[in-house]
Design a protein around this ligand. Structure first.
Ligand code: ATP
Ligand code: MG
Length: 396
C-alpha cells in the first residue's frame, strides 16, 4: 500500500468541494517508518455523497459514516468526520453525529499516535502531540483515559496491542486508568477481544505487551486466563517465535500454559472450529511426537503443519530440522495426497470382489503408508501384487 492511490481519492473529494485527510494507522506507521497497512481517509463529505462521487464503492458501515472506495483493486476506508457517539451497547456508538471539522473528528480517536491527520501535501494536523508520543514511544489516550476507556473498553486491549506491536510503553496515566477500569472489558464481545489478543500474541514486543497485561491486571478479564498469568509470562520469556501464523502462537501458548481441555479453552475465545482444530492438531503433535519428523508425518499432516511444528520445537529448544530439510523431504515424497495414488477404492472393490465398507478406508490408509514408506511403488500392478501378498502373509 502506498499513499499515491489514496491521493486520487482526496483530490476527487476536493474537486467536489469536500475536505479529505489521511488518518489512523497509516499516518502513524509512515511516521514510524514502518510499512503501512490499510489506508483510512477522513472526509467532510457525508456517506451518501461519497457513494455518489466514486464509481466503485462498498457501503460497509454507512450508519457509522464509513464507505469503502475501490481504486485499482485496492480498498480505502473513507469515513465522514464524526463526533464520539454514546456507546450504549459497548459495540458501536448508538448515535453518530457527522461534523465538519477534522480537529473535532480527531478528538474521538483512541490514542494520540492514532489522532494525527495528514493532508495531500503531507502537512500534519496533530492537536494532541501525537508526534511527540511517537518519538517517546508512548501510548496515551486522547483526553481523559477514564472517560475514553469507559466509553469503549476495547480501547484498553487496543492500547496493549500497540505496546506489543510497536514496542511502545503505556503512558503512566493511561496504565493507571486501565488498572482502574479493567473490569469494563467484560462488556465487550469476545470476538473483538480475541482479535486484539491475537495481535498482541503476534507482536514483535510481546514481552512488553504481556508485561502490561499483567501490570494493568487486564488479563483477569481474558477468557480462561485469570489463573494463567504465569503461563503468559513464561510464554513471553521464550525466544521470539518468528512466525506470523497465529495458529502457532496459540498452540505454543496452550502448551506452555499446560492448558487442560484445549478445545474448550479455545472455544471460550470463540475461535472458529476450523481454527480450533488446526491449533489442536499442532498442539497434539507437539505433546505426543518424539523428536523425529518422518515422511509419513509430512504426508499425513502436510508440509505447512510440520513446518509449524518444527518452528515450535526450535522455539522451545527441542531438536528440530533445517527448513530446507523438511522441504526436500516433502518434495521427494512418492505421493503427496491420496489423489496421486495409482489406485482407488473402486479398484479395491473390483479386485477383492467385496462390497463397500469401512475396510476400503482402512486398506487405502495401509496402501498410502506402504507407498510413502517406499515398501511398494505407486504403480497399479505393484500395489495389486502387494495387496495379494499382504492378504497371504499379513500386514507387517
Ligand atoms: P491497524 O490498522 O494497524 O491495526 P489502526 O490504528 O489503523 O491500526 P484501525 O482499527 O484500522 O486501527 O482504526 C483506524 C483508526 O480509527 C485508528 O487509528 C483510530 O484513530 C481510530 N479507531 C479505531 N478504533 C477505535 C476505537 N475503538 N476508539 C477510538 N478510535 C478508534
Ligand atoms: Mg488501520
Amino acid at each position: 500500500m502506498s499513499f499515491q492511490l489514496g491521493e486520487q481519492i482526496i483530490k476527487k473529494l476536493n474537486e467536489n468541494g469536500f475536505e479529505g485527510f489521511f488518518v489512523g494507522g497509516a499516518v502513524r506507521d509512515s511516521l514510524l517508518g514502518r510499512p503501512i497497512g490499510d489506508i483510512d481517509i477522513a472526509t467532510s463529505a457525508t456517506p451518501d455523497r461519497v457513494l455518489k462521487i466514486f464509481p466503485k464503492t462498498i457501503p460497509v458501515g454507512i450508519e457509522h459514516g464509513t464507505v469503502i472506495v475501490r481504486v485499482d483493486h485496492q480498498s480505502f476506508e473513507v469515513t465522514t468526520f464524526r463526533k464520539e457517539g454514546k456507546y450504549s451497547d459497548y459495540r458501536h456508538p448508538s448515535t453518530v453525529d457527522f461534523i465538519s471539522s477534522i480537529e473535532e473528528d480527531l478528538k474521538r480517536r483512541d490514542f494520540t499516535i492514532n489522532a494525527i491527520a495528514m493532508t495531500l501535501k503531507r502537512d500534519l494536523i496533530d492537536p494532541f502531540d501525537g508526534q511527540k508520543d511517537i518519538k517517546n514511544k508512548l501510548i496515551r489516550t486522547v483526553g481523559s483515559a477514564d472517560e475514553r476507556f469507559k466509553e469503549d473498553p476495547l480501547r484498553m486491549m487496543r492500547g496493549i496491542r500497540f505496546v506489543s506491536s510497536l514496542g511502545f510503553e503505556l503512558h503512566s496515566a493511561t496504565r493507571k486508568s486501565i488498572l482502574c477500569n479493567n473490569a469494563y472489558l467484560e462488556k465487550i464481545a469476545v470476538e473483538r477481544i480475541t482479535s486484539e489478543f491475537e495481535k498482541i500474541l503476534l507482536g514483535d514486543s510481546l514481552k512488553s505487551g504481556i508485561s502490561e497485561l499483567r501490570k494493568t491486571k487486564l488479563y483477569l478479564y481474558l477468557p480462561g486466563l485469570s489463573e494463567e498469568m504465569e503461563a503468559l509470562v513464561k510464554y513471553a520469556s521464550l525466544p521470539h517465535l518468528a512466525s506470523s501464523n497465529v495458529i502457532e502462537h496459540w498452540a505454543l501458548f496452550c502448551y506452555l500454559a499446560k492448558i487442560e481441555g484445549i478445545r474448550q479453552f479455545l472455544k471460550q475465545w470463540k475461535l472458529s472450529n476450523k481454527k480450533i482444530t488446526e491449533i489442536d492438531t499442532l498442539y497434539q503433535l507437539l505433546i505426543t511426537t518424539n523428536n523425529d519428523i518422518n515422511e509419513l508425518m509430512i504426508y499425513k499432516f502436510g508440509l505447512g503443519t510440520l513446518q509449524s511444528l518444527n518452528r515450535l520445537k526450535k522455539t522451545i529448544g527441542r531438536n528440530h530440522y533445517q527448513e530446507s530439510e523438511l522441504e526436500n523431504t516433502y518434495a521427494s515424497l512418492p505421493i503427496k495426497s491420496r489423489k496421486e495414488l495409482a489406485i482407488n477404492g473402486s479398484d479395491l472393490m473390483k479386485w477383492l470382489n467385496q462390497s463397500p465398507g469401512p475396510w476400503i478406508e482402512q486398506l487405502l490408509l495401509e496402501i498410502e503408508r506402504a507407498v510413502v514408506n517406499r515398501i511398494v511403488s505407486n504403480e497399479v500392478d505393484a500395489i495389486k501384487e502387494w495387496i495379494s501378498w499382504r492378504s497371504q502373509f499379513g500386514t507387517d
